[in-house]
Design a protein around this ligand. Structure first.
Ligand code: 13P
Ligand code: SF4
Length: 302
């Protein structure tokens, strides 16, 4: 089958099987163009929680598909590739988090959604990059254990007097951005604005004009009067920015950075997922119930 035939088949199966296709902003363009909704982790979690379709195919990484399953447990949630993982989500573990909590009695645990379902089950409130600051400000504790991203933790710390106790995790894609890349980009494009994701190192966030989630970047790009935007995040988002803002120039901060887990899903994988209804997310009812509380609190807060 050629690519056009595969696309048509995907749309036919989607209608026939009553499927909602969700895709994260870092997906390949071929997937972005077929999604019912393309968004950041918060937007996609909200859509998954309210989905009416029988089945959700999540084109993203495992923790995102698990989040959709936890919020919509009655639905079949498919992840087209079992190797679509987020290494940062694996960096925090339940034992370590429980031990940290024992060392800091009274502290509450806020976990980034980029975490395993088991970690969400021992978390008080989840957050995403779009709402981390508000969640931390709203949580009823002055000390907060923040897992797993130390860079997001350090970003949040700027907006609160609460004590943030960071877990020592990071995103290998965003952690590569460097301050000298910001300096070099500004020298080459003096009129450009620099936007960075809060998973970037603190020094990069210090130098950026805006620090935003992926969908925050989409809105900013649309509204800014700047003609050139230097973007410190994964390359898939930059493709979307270029497509949606043809009159503006979008350049990666330094060389283009790719997230392997986000890029493994191809059109063929989405097609096969629909044909064979694979690979369903399977989580025990107990785990779903325990992990769900921290996600629902997040959705209630902000
Ligand atoms: P967003 O929620 O900003 O889309 O980020 C998700 C992610 O995995 C960033 O690396
Ligand atoms: Fe995980 Fe980083 Fe990839 Fe986002 S970009 S899914 S945090 S590895």
């Amino acid at each position: 089958m050629n690519q056009q035939a595969i696309r048509e088949e995907i749309l036919r199966l989607k209608r026939e099987k009553d499927v909602l296709i969700l895709a994260h902003n870092y997906q390949r363009e071929e997937i972005q163009l077929l999604a019912d909704h393309l968004g950041d982790s918060l937007e996609l979690a909200r859509i998954a929680a309210n989905a009416q379709e029988r089945m959700i195919v999540f084109c993203g990484v495992l923790f995102m598909a698990e989040t959709a399953k936890i919020l919509s447990p009655g639905k079949t949630v498919l992840l087209p590739r079992t190797d679509a993982g987020c290494p940062m989500a694996e960096m925090a573990d339940v034992g370590g988090l429980v031990a940290l909590r024992e060392r800091h009695p009274g502290a509450m645990v806020v976990s980034y959604v980029n975490s395993t379902a088991a970690v969400k089950a021992v978390t008080d409130v989840c957050c995403t990059s779009a709402n981390a600051v508000k969640v931390v400000q709203n949580v009823a504790a002055d000390r907060i254990i923040f897992a797993p991203d130390k860079n997001l933790a350090s970003w949040v710390q700027r907006f609160t007097e609460k004590t943030i106790i960071p877990w020592d995790g990071y995103c290998y894609v965003h952690d590569q951005f460097r301050t000298d890349e910001v300096t070099a980009a500004r020298a080459r494009h003096p009129d450009a604005v620099v936007v960075a994701h809060p998973e970037c190192p603190a020094g990069v966030a210090d130098l950026a004009d805006e620090v935003l989630s992926t969908s925050g970047m989409i809105r900013f790009a649309r509204e800014t009067s700047a003609r050139t935007v230097i973007v410190g995040t994964e390359a898939g988002l930059i493709e979307r920015l270029r497509r949606e803002n043809p009159g503006k120039q979008f350049l990666s901060l330094g060389s283009a950075r790719m997230c392997r887990g986000m890029k493994v899903t191809r059109l063929e994988d989405l097609h096969q997922a629909l044909v064979h209804e694979r690979h369903p997310i399977e989580l025990s009812d107990t785990l779903i119930q325990r992990a769900r509380k921290s996600l629902e609190r997040m959705l209630d807060y902000v």
